[in-house]
Ligand binder design. Sequence first.
Ligand SMILES: [Zn+2]
Length: 177
Amino acid sequence: MTARSDHLQPTPDDRFIDIDPSWLDFGPDDPLDAQRWLNACADCGGAPSLAMNELRWQVRCDCGRAGTPGQLAAIAAVNWNKSPLSLHPAFGELPFFALDGLSIPAARAKLIRIREYLEEQKRRCERRIRARENFGHRYFQRIRAYLAWAIYAQGLVREAETRLLDEASRRKAANAH
Ligand SMILES: [Zn+2]
């Protein structure tokens, strides 16, 4: 009997990522369930949809706007979500990583560590693919999707910070008059 586990056993090439175990609970939702998490179109406010286009997934809106295609539907979804073509939520509204209620510095610190962890998991998967080892491909897809979401989340944190700095400088300019 061969047991196939979703959890990869470490090899000597693997890097240890020191991360709070509670941070590895990315939430109950599936990052591959991409259609659920599409931002509304920034141009028309409509709800776009995911479709295959020449063997790649792409998000399209009825108004004609379309995101960058991706191999995975989840990657195409994040490409759309992080682009200026879509309306961006606050980082605390993301379905993953439990960012709700965190300050900007706390969210930033958490996402740096989560991204490091996911990048290491992705490298481990890629090494196993190169070595033609048998392992769960859905696990690899989930890691890639979570990584795309983590990078997108970092962008949303930067946007929140920029907004705060803009407000502060506007207040300063208003007080100077
Ligand atoms: Zn549209």
